[in-house]
Design a protein around this ligand. Sequence first.
Ligand code: FAD
Length: 390
Amino acid sequence: MTNTADVIIIGGGIHGASLAFHLAQRGVKPLVLESKFVAAGATGRSSGLVRMHYDLRLECELAWKSFEYFRNWDEIVGGECGFVRTGFIRIVQPQYEDALQANVAMQQEIGIPTLLVTADDVKRLMPYFETGDFRVAAYEPESGYADPPAAAASLMSAARRLGATLKTGAAVAEVLTDDSKVRGVRTASGEVYHAPVVVNAAGAWADRIAQTVGLTLPFTTWSHDVMFIRRPKPLGPSHPTVIDDPLEMYFRPEQGGLTLVGLESGNPLGEDPDTDTEHPHPGFVARAVEHICHRIPAMEEGSLHSAHRGYDGLSDDQRAIIGPAGPEGFWLNCGHSGTGFKIAPATGLSLAEWMLDGAPQTVDIRPFSLNRFAEGRPLRAEHPYADIWR
Ligand SMILES: Cc1cc2nc3c(=O)[nH]c(=O)nc-3n(C[C@H](O)[C@H](O)[C@H](O)COP(=O)(O)OP(=O)(O)OC[C@H]3O[C@@H](n4cnc5c(N)ncnc54)[C@H](O)[C@@H]3O)c2cc1C
């Protein structure tokens, strides 16, 4: 292997893999340097929800364009992404009913299959749901969940078939610059790789990479616990994927009669992402059980299967940081703030266009640029909900 590449991508998560695939499709030969293995970070722990409902139009557009990939993965990428259609429901508290209605209308304008339903409709769909604490919800019949490590692995394999190179066990220690221009990277074991362009897709570790070129990101680490419970048989073989704002929770079915549950509150910030991810934080499982049993009382008869945690980078406005920043040739694709899996296909495509053509064509992702923070233009939705992570 030569030590020179067109572009070096730091990080072999879903975003590094998607960018590598889209650059390679355009004839560029990227080198992906991954400190551990593909999907070792947030991607390997991701709950994999694939839905289009956001309050920010730009994220809806990215999720919608990405949905084309999830539905036609074998055709577009090759291999598996494990997409399972379950239908998706977003429940909101009464104070966000107007915002929900406006956001569903905005999403319909984009072309997203979504509609406003009542609590009675939800009850008809899932008679075992407790529906007394909300009046309306958004329903996406086509949405569901996918398998993030499989999606990352197949994107990376496709990229390699097109000429990309992957080096695992290669932790980048430093981005090398000359006269304010990027010229490559040095790994922790002292190897030097040359490239005029370096992309920081290092997930929860991205601020460490950015610091080596003198950039401070408005960014912290976000830790998130997830639990799997075995559903009691009477609940049936599946259920929709749900974001349940009143209970600060989301849940979805998992193969083998399991239900995955995550909580939107109580996700510690600022922890070292190298901390053990095999175990959830103390108290998480009890809280998650309490919340899921509130929505689905029959879950009382379920049993705990397993639980773990993961880390992502969380930006100050809880939206991704994407675009050129710092020395010439240095690009960011990080800060995906706990929701970056489902938008990775279209983000990689749009970023490749930006890098190669001077502007993104598919989705204009330039508002995600780092300078929005210094310029006082954080990304805010027209009809916002509360921050996702509290
Ligand atoms: C528990 C959990 C559940 C989630 N659920 C969802 C969900 O349901 N839906 C959704 O859309 N999103 C979800 N997310 C968010 C989503 O998974 C992330 O936003 C996305 O995976 C981020 O991908 P990434 O490629 O940017 O980062 P990562 O997947 O973290 O990849 C970064 C990679 O960089 C590598 N790396 C780090 N430092 C270096 C270095 N110095 N040199 C070389 N390599 C390095 C790491 O090993 C890692 O593999 C969830 C996240 C977590 C943690």
